[in-house]
Design a protein around this ligand. Structure first.
Ligand code: FAD
Length: 832
């Protein structure tokens, strides 16, 4: 134990409460004067101070001054979500000698002022209770020492597009070893497929190719191509990553990339990299600039004539018996840069894609325009090989569509303009139309580029097509639409139609999200930790996001994020040791059942193999392996395990303080930090208003929600209880905590219903970090249900439940047995 912890462990709490106005974000709704006066009445609170912006320098100085001048040994900031500024304030209090785990936050912004703006008086009452709950927990806080773990100073980048390439190069150039895992045969990603890039019209492969070569030549980078990550274990600084390498049937170290095998190969099949517009040989590379320049045999097309073996000769690079290989590497950080895929519009009959030969996608057009592409740079029609005289682009195919993908793909406006300009430059006589909903040209040089297209005579029509029809003789096309500016139906005739289809999460994103425990947003792309302050971090320490895997992005933005993640990863990789929060579980050996009988429930509950329970001995938990979910704590049959910083006493004290007044009008919500708490935060940030009925308690994982917490809430008369978790089956940040909670709480639901409780009063809800609206609607619905049940019924049910519950809790020593008979308080002078 450090000196600081030893010194602060047994002191009588002296709590300081710092209430933030956050400009008008909080003070515009809540009555701060009332909050200050109220906080002064709370037990052990010796100092209360309001600040305009507590996170700003003067605000933080006020906290430090308060701690020193008033000898505070606990500090509470009533402000924004702890998910936002808890680390800031922990650092602040630490600077004046207070243990950071003696700091607590009361979330009165996202959980109060922002979500109840039209109910100012009720919101102020709710904020008082949020502060009261924070004080209750603060009184029971214990100083804790952080753990230090050693850091493996190596990095992994998953995905070798332009974002991953930049991330890998920057880290390698800082001196770190980098494993770059690429699923395809070559790195390069989509950028390698493009012809020129907007708005400067640089040749795409000419600017990306040298970077790809630099990756191959960099001694610090090991490219693991034609491979995928199948498992990740461990934690920040110490990830163990399992990678599955597919067989190329060519021995990489023997292959010189000469291409003689390909020349000898008699088999050709459509080349996916060329959008199936060109062909490749059964032994080949997808494109000439591939990196690594190693050939691959596609066994689905190989006829085993062995001509390649003969052509390869003494180099002996062909190995028809090659097997898949699984390898494991250890790294300190992981950057995900897995990019995007394109929506296949053949499922939308309006566009005729896949049915009409002369309707193609924009990526297909890129390959046609490209001089190194299958047609040598000539844009021709598939139906007759002729150069089209009239070309029409259709924007937002699949994107900005509530029935498909609601988001804007972002780069389509610009690439449509680019392809139009390129076609016009090749064939100046071509008539070009771009049918759009809104033109979006917000970044450097984009508006000039748009103007250039208009100056070239490209026609922009605001209108979304209702259908495309084909003339069966000429195979020319007619687009039927409404010109929104003329407010009149029009028809546009075209020889070729190019669809600007939505970018969607790349295939396998859901698997990778499960493997990495990194959640995805409602759009299916990976979700960042905080949209503004941590846009390239994930909630998992040491895992970062770069490029279009987090949402559609153009090349410059992807490059920035690639470099950004390198910088973020370097903050970890550059250290020998990394501090881990001590929010781990510890076993009280005196209480552990395993000493008397074979138990091991904690061992089964933990997905990280942190506990061990040797026969006849108390279980022990390895803190370096413990991820701090608290599932074992809730599962332990003899209550022998404690989760530091989220102890039973601390959580129960929050429950009790929340329910001192009008309990039957309240919802006690246990919300898991990573999904449902974050979803509730988002409801606030998005200003989705809902009734001020919920009193939320943060737990790291829903797996931590002990039956006793629910029982105590009901004993005290709670109207409703909500357990908020990450979505099943795979979204739990701690792998299986939500499943354990589900089993436990569903069993409790059954028992309570048998005892006469209405089923809707104990609810499990799965809410992701991206589902602010869903959270808000959930609280509206639960409040409505609570009102429909009516206070009399709730009170009557509670009266029936109370003796049974009280006995259960008293038996466990969670409440004094005398309370079994004592009436439950329904009022508190403090909040009146
Ligand atoms: P990607 O390029 O998609 O690369 C991701 C890489 O990750 C790929 O190599 C992929 O194989 C790999 N991968 C995926 N999953 C896994 C996995 N599980 N394991 C390992 N590897 C994996 N932007 C511009 O700025 N200018 C332009 O002119 C332009 N034109 C465009 C034209 C079209 C038609 C389209 C569709 C897009 C255009 N863009 C343009 C956008 C550009 O393509 C993206 O900005 C860029 O490709 C994003 O790079 P990235 O590295 O994030 O993703």
């Amino acid at each position: 134990m450090s000196e600081m912890v030893t010194a602060q462990v047994n002191e009588e709490p002296r709590i300081g409460v710092f209430i933030c106005h956050c400009g008008l974000n909080i003070a515009g709704t809540l009555d701060i004067t009332q909050l200050v006066e109220y906080a002064k009445t709370l037990p052990n609170v010796v100092y209360v101070k309001e600040n305009r912006y507590t996170c700003a320098d003067p605000g933080q100085n006020e906290i430090k001054k308060g701690i020193l001048e008033h000898k505070l040994n606990r500090a509470i900031v009533a402000a924004c979500s702890p998910r936002m500024h808890e680390p800031t304030f922990r650092k602040c209090v630490q600077e004046v000698g207070l243990n950071p785990f003696l700091f607590e936050m009361a979330n009165i912004r996202e959980f109060c002022s922002w979500c109840h703006p039209s109910k100012k008086a009720d919101a102020t009452e709710k904020a008082k209770e949020i502060i009261k709950m924070a004080v209750a927990k603060s009184r029971l806080l214990k100083p804790l020492d952080t753990f230090e773990v050693s850091v493996t100073n190596k990095a992994m980048v998953i995905g070798g597009g332009i974002a991953g390439i930049n991330s890998a190069l920057d880290m390698a150039n800082m001196g770190f070893k980098v494993y770059l895992v690429e699923r395809d045969e070559s790195i390069g990603g989509r950028m390698a497929q493009l012809d020129k890039t907007f708005p400067t019209l640089d040749c795409s492969i000419c600017i990306e190719g040298p970077k790809m070569v630099e990756v191959a030549r960099n001694k610090n980078i090991e490219i693991i191509s034609f491979a995928e990550v199948t498992n990740v274990d461990g934690y920040v600084g110490n990830f163990k990553v399992r990678i599955h390498k597919k067989p190329r049937y060519v021995i990489q170290k023997n292959c010189t990339g000469c291409g003689e095998c390909m020349d000898a190969c008699p088999v050709e099949y459509p080349n996916k990299w060329e959008m199936n517009l060109g062909t490749r040989k059964a032994v080949s590379v997808p494109f000439p600039q591939a990196v690594p320049l190693v050939y691959t045999i596609d066994m689905d097309h190989c006829i085993e004539c062995y001509k390649c073996v003969d052509a390869c000769g003494a180099r002996q690079a062909i190995d028809m018996e090659q097997k898949p290989e699984d390898i494991e590497v250890e790294v300190g950080t992981i950057t995900v840069a897995t990019g995007y895929d394109m929506y296949d519009p053949s499922d939308d009959p309006r566009y005729g894609y896949g049915k009409f030969a002369n309707v193609i996608t924009a990526l297909e057009a890129e390959r046609l325009i490209n001089a190194a592409g299958p047609t040598g740079g000539h844009v021709i029609r598939a139906s007759d090989g002729k150069t089209p005289r009239r070309v029409a682009f259709i924007q937002c195919v699949g994107s900005r569509d509530v029935n498909k993908y609601e988001y804007c793909t972002g780069f389509c406006c610009m690439y449509a303009i680019k392809e139009a300009i390129l076609i016009k430059e090749h064939e100046p006589e071509t008539e070009i139309y771009i049918l759009y909903i809104d033109m979006r040209t917000p970044f450097k040089g984009f508006e000039d580029f748009y103007r250039r297209a208009r100056d070239l005579g490209i026609t922009f029509i605001r209108g979304k097509p209702s259908e495309i029809v084909e003339d069966s003789n000429s195979q020319n096309l007619t687009i039927r639409t409404v010109d929104a500016d003329l407010n009149a139906p029009i028809e546009v005739d075209a020889d070729l139609v190019i669809l600007c289809n939505a970018a969607i999460p790349s295939a396998g994103t859901d698997d990778l999200s499960r493997i990495l425990h990194v959640t995805r947003g409602s759009d299916g792309f990976f979700l960042e930790s905080h949209a503004k302050l941590k846009p390239i971090d994930t909630p998992v320490d040491g895992i970062f996001l770069a490029g279009a895997c987090q949402g559609p992005k153009d090349i410059p933005y992807s490059v920035c994020q690639g470099s950004g993640t390198a910088g973020r990863a370097a903050t970890i990789l550059s250290k020998q040791k990394w501090e881990i929060e001590p929010i781990v579980a510890i076993v009280d050996p005196a209480k552990c059942r395993n000493t008397k009988a074979k138990c091991g429930v904690c061992v089964t509950a933990c997905p990280y193999t942190a506990p061990s329970a040797p026969e006849g001995k108390p279980a022990v938990i390895n803190p370096a392996k413990c991820h701090g979910c608290g599932t074992c704590v809730a599962e332990c049959p003899s209550d022998a395990i404690t989760q530091m910083h989220f102890t039973d006493e601390q959580i129960l004290s929050q429950v009790r303080n929340a329910l001192e007044v009008n309990p039957e009008k309240k919802i006690i919500g246990f919300l898991c930090n990573w999904c449902s708490y974050a979803g509730a935060d988002l409801a606030g940030t998005s200003r989705f208003e809902y009734p001020p009925t919920i009193r939320a308690i943060r737990v790291m994982c829903s797996g931590r929600v002990d039956r006793d917490f629910v029982l105590e809430a009901l004993r005290l008369g709670a109207g409703m209880v909500l357990v908020g978790a990450c979505h099943l089956p795979n979204d739990c940040h701690y792998i299986s905590g939500n499943w354990k909670m589900k089993t436990r709480i569903e069993a409790l639901q059954g028992m309570l219903q048998k005892l006469g409780m209405s089923p809707e009063r104990l609810r499990i809800a799965y809410v992701s970090a991206a589902e602010g609206l869903i959270f808000s609607n959930l609280i509206k619905e639960m409040t409505r249900q609570m009102e429909d049940l009516g206070q009399d019924k709730i009170k009557a049910e509670n009266t029936k439940l109370r003796p049974v519950i009280t006995n259960m809790l008293a038996r466990k020593g969670l409440i004094p047995s005398a309370q079994a008979q004592a009436p439950v308080p329904t009022d508190s002078p403090a909040t009146k």
